[in-house]
Design a protein around this ligand. Structure first.
Ligand SMILES: NC(=O)c1ccc[n+]([C@@H]2O[C@H](COP(=O)([O-])OP(=O)(O)OC[C@H]3O[C@@H](n4cnc5c(N)ncnc54)[C@H](O)[C@@H]3O)[C@@H](O)[C@H]2O)c1
Ligand SMILES: NC(=O)c1ccc[n+]([C@@H]2O[C@H](COP(=O)([O-])OP(=O)(O)OC[C@H]3O[C@@H](n4cnc5c(N)ncnc54)[C@H](O)[C@@H]3O)[C@@H](O)[C@H]2O)c1
Lengths: 206, 206
């Protein structure tokens, strides 16, 4: 079982290695990676050791090879279809965010329950009525979904997505979703960021 | 030095204790808290021990007292003024999010550089031109800011905010900000959530 903090650092290694590869760097040491990421070189070696033997002592890591390994571990070595449910303020922001597309995550269907939104075109997708999730999602073969609906609607939307074959859900609604074991849910608590920042401010004021 | 994962769990304790207090619960054990939060009771006791002696062995925690303590630790026992810079897709979503107001974080000024946005009213605030940050922010006495501008503009906006007295910045732009030691920056990498989810999907496919 790999610790969650290690998994959360993998995307940072991916981004850093991608930048190094794009600027033609062939080899990088864990110390150099550490300086770029403000993470200790010991932590980097420990994280990567969970996944296999990379790099040679005294020489460092082969950048293209390590990049390919980390991409595979993160499952970004192929493109993935995303379903977005809810295009209110947050849904619109997420739909327009280029960062997902850059990593091969393409929003392939957008659903909402608001008649004034259904039929609009957002990032090239016509907004579809939420009651058709069960019919359309299985046809797409999508596996990942983002939920950006109000808390009261989130569980019902989840049930329809899971029935349609979705296996991984990123939930922004402030409610704990009940899903079968084979479905992974990432609960996003955006207030956590604000409160963590407030903690540091309160500490400095003491 | 308190570990970052502990700090990131405090907001979850705050929310849970708030719900318990609102439903009239007087005492709660670490086991009960653990069940509600899907965190082990050992972890809860360890986290809280960093901040002092709470609860009595065999009896549990006094909910209103612990709630007051955690609120103070997180600095939410008083309201705070927030500055938002950038009201594009993400900025608008953040401005409209009730979760911040509920914890006493009030958006007290909004800035943007786009002439078509300046002068609009968003959540009761007229959007102000970004070049006035240095003049207006010191008058407000605000200490926290959210940055939702493109990467190329983020450092310049940061410099103006820091000069204006801002001490804590939540940065959504994908660029590392350079700030003096007295300023705390929380870097938000929203792609991390997507990639962590993708990791679990890739693992299940093995
Ligand atoms: N705005 C933020 O920055 C932010 C931050 C953190 C969390 N959240 C959470 O994300 C969710 C969305 O927030 P928002 O600000 O975009 O809200 P919003 O009200 O602007 O948007 C919600 C959207 O969901 C749609 N919807 C409602 N019921 C639906 C259903 N059954 N099926 C499909 N679509 C449905 C609505 O029509 C609307 O378009 C909320 O749960 C909120 O608490 C928002
Ligand atoms: N949209 C998302 O879900 C998302 C997710 C993660 C990160 N981000 C990041 O957040 C930032 C904002 O994203 P967005 O989707 O809202 O982009 P956007 O282009 O819709 O909005 C950017 C806003 O910043 C304003 N701006 C530009 N230069 C400025 C300056 N010098 N001073 C003040 N305002 C200025 C623009 O006028 C615009 O209103 C970007 O850096 C993006 O990479 C966005």
């Amino acid at each position: 079982q790999i610790p969650r903090p290690t998994i959360e650092r993998l995307p940072l290694y991916l981004r850093c290695l991608t930048r190094l590869a794009n600027s033609g760097v062939e080899v990088v040491s864990s110390e150099e990676l550490g300086n770029l990421l403000a993470i200790t070189s010991v932590q980097i070696r420990k994280d990567l050791a969970y996944f296999g033997e990379f790099g040679r002592r005294g020489v460092g890591y082969d950048v293209p090879a390590l990049l390919a390994q980390v991409s595979q571990i993160l499952g970004v070595n192929r493109s993935r279809k995303l379903v977005l449910v809810g295009v209110g303020h947050l849904g619109q922001a997420l739909a327009n965010y280029d960062g997902f597309r850059e990593h091969g995550f393409n929003i392939s269907a957008i659903f909402d329950a608001d008649p004034s939104k259904i039929g609009l075109t957002i990032v090239g997708q016509r907004v579809l009525p939420a009651h058709r999730i069960g019919e359309i999602v299985p046809q797409m073969g999508a596996e990942m979904a983002i939920i950006a609906v109000p808390a009261h609607a989130a569980q019902k939307v989840t049930d329809a997505l899971v029935q349609g074959g979705i296996k991984a859900i990123w939930n922004f609604a402030p409610v704990r979703l009940i899903v079968p074991d084979h479905v992974e849910v990432r609960q996003e608590n955006m207030i956590v960021g604000m409160l963590a920042l407030s903690y540091y401010l309160a500490q400095r004021e003491r």
